[in-house]
Write a protein that binds this ligand. Structure first.
Ligand code: SF4
Length: 459
């Protein structure tokens, strides 16, 4: 059997010219399809670095998410070093339209990117493309450029693009075709996250409504709101749902094999406005899905489990976007403009003291109890700490316990916990990700109890 296979391979090789083999090798820059995750701050970088091959982030004033935290130029070296120390690529998003008075700043940003050894930059404006090219900085063509056909893709490839991010409006069939016509450039495509109702890069809705343009990274998302459309003769455009332009979020976790087999080199998660915890969960799920594909264990059962996990974090309901068919009204989220998940990060207490030698932290527990197997998150809005860990035991009253008594703001208790990473006393807090308090809220409502806002968050 082995002999037959070897014979067949050698016949096949003898029929292919050396040039063709080189060309074929050129088309396979990576063995595996990469996972690219978003980060709006250092905490999200830490969350993403555990699972992704590359992280993309914006620097203030030069990216499509001006309303996100974004990094300062002075943070660039720190972010790149953090990524590179973990074998993760660092990608800057600089994909807004640029005006003349901003060219000097743009140049400074790209020069800093080169100096800090950023791996690549995502560009939209041809000025950014040209500058990156002159500086020898690999550039990726933003989805804002709407690359939707082979000639456009080839055009950018010939300009030297390392990668082309497909327009969100491309089907998998179209992507396959585009990929087959490229010789060097890689293809990247969105796998999860928010979708626009308009063609990406061509929406002026926000600009017209309030002067803040989506193409300058300042979209106020008017498409998410409920609208009544009435013409000058008072005829109302009736649609099945008041939020008729509010797209559901893209979710392709149940189609990872099709995406990889379409020749997509990199699967991109949208979400530079999202929390570190969102990035953590979504990139973790997609890492599992990609690995499962390559080790042959990908299954529908696993995909259903992943979707359950993805539903727990921010989502507007899911759609497969344009990958298989043109979206219809059922791909819109008519009911809610925002998060459908009832899961939230609930604060349990804060770190009072920390001993870096023993890694023991003294925690003032003010909400709920800590027990063996509980997954807790340690983070804060004022520090760069972000990590999660499982509780194995706690020290309460000088004794090791598997479960602590229940604490409340009126009856706080002090416990000690071993931390798997550094924490900052007085700043960092302990959270749990749960929907439990929301259940409490509904129960209370039924009983017509008077409830305070703080009661929503009581465990
Ligand atoms: S208004 Fe809606 S469709 Fe237009 S860019 Fe903003 S999010 Fe996208």
């Amino acid at each position: 059997m082995i002999g037959i296979i070897i014979l067949n391979i050698s016949i096949l090789i003898s029929n292919i010219t050396v040039n063709e083999i080189e060309k074929f090798d050129d088309k396979l820059p990576d063995i595996k399809t990469e996972l690219l995750a978003p980060a709006k701050n250092m905490k999200a970088v830490k969350a993403a670095a555990k699972y992704s091959d590359a992280i993309y982030f914006g620097i203030k004033n030069f990216n499509m998410r001006e309303r996100a935290d974004n990094f300062e130029l002075k943070d660039l070296m720190k972010v790149v070093n953090y990524c590179h120390d973990r074998n993760v690529k660092a990608v800057i998003a600089s994909n807004i339209l640029v005006y003349d008075h901003e060219l000097d700043n743009l140049k400074m940003l790209l020069e800093s990117a080169v100096a800090c050894e950023v791996d690549s930059v995502i560009v939209h404006d041809l000025a950014a493309l040209q500058m990156a090219k002159e500086l020898g900085l690999p550039f990726h063509i933003s989805t804002q450029c709407n690359v939707s056909n082979s000639i456009s893709a080839k055009f950018y490839e010939d300009l030297g693009a390392e990668r082309i991010i497909m327009a969100r409006e491309c089907s998998l069939e179209k992507i396959k075709k585009i990929k087959s016509n490229l010789t060097k450039a890689m293809i990247e495509s969105f796998v999860h996250g928010a979708m626009c109702t308009a063609i990406s890069g061509r929406c002026y809705f926000s600009a017209v409504i309030c002067g803040d343009s989506a193409n300058r990274g300042k979209c106020i998302q008017p498409c998410r709101r409920s609208w009544r459309v009435i013409d000058t003769e008072n005829n109302e455009f009736i649609y099945d749902g008041v939020r008729f332009m509010n797209s559901r979020d893209l979710c392709m976790v149940h189609h990872i094999p099709e995406m990889i087999e379409a020749g997509i080199d990199c699967l991109k998660i949208e979400g530079r406005m999202r929390s570190p915890h969102y990035v953590d969960v979504v990139s973790g799920v997609y890492r599992d899905a990609i690995e499962s594909y390559y080790d042959g264990t990908y299954s529908k059962k696993k995909a259903s489990k992943w979707i359950k996990e993805l539903r727990k974090v921010y989502n507007r309901g899911f759609t497969t976007g344009f990958y298989f068919k043109r979206p219809t009204e059922s791909e819109h989220q008519h009911v809610s403009p925002t998060n459908l998940s009832h899961y939230r990060m609930i604060k349990m207490g804060k770190i009072k003291e920390y001993d870096p030698e023993t890694k023991l932290a003294t925690v003032l527990l003010t909400n709920g109890k800590v027990y063996k197997g509980l997954e807790i998150f340690i983070t804060s809005s004022t520090t760069e700490t972000y990590f999660k860990q499982e509780v194995f035991w706690a020290l309460f009253d000088g004794k090791k316990v598997k479960e602590t008594p229940k604490a409340s703001p009126r009856k706080p208790i002090e416990i000690k916990l071993t931390m798997i990473d550094e924490v900052i006393p007085g700043e960092d807090k302990i959270y749990v990700f749960t929907n439990k308090t929301y259940k409490n809220r509904y129960l209370l409502k039924k009983k017509k109890d008077k409830i305070k806002k703080s009661d929503y968050y009581r465990l």
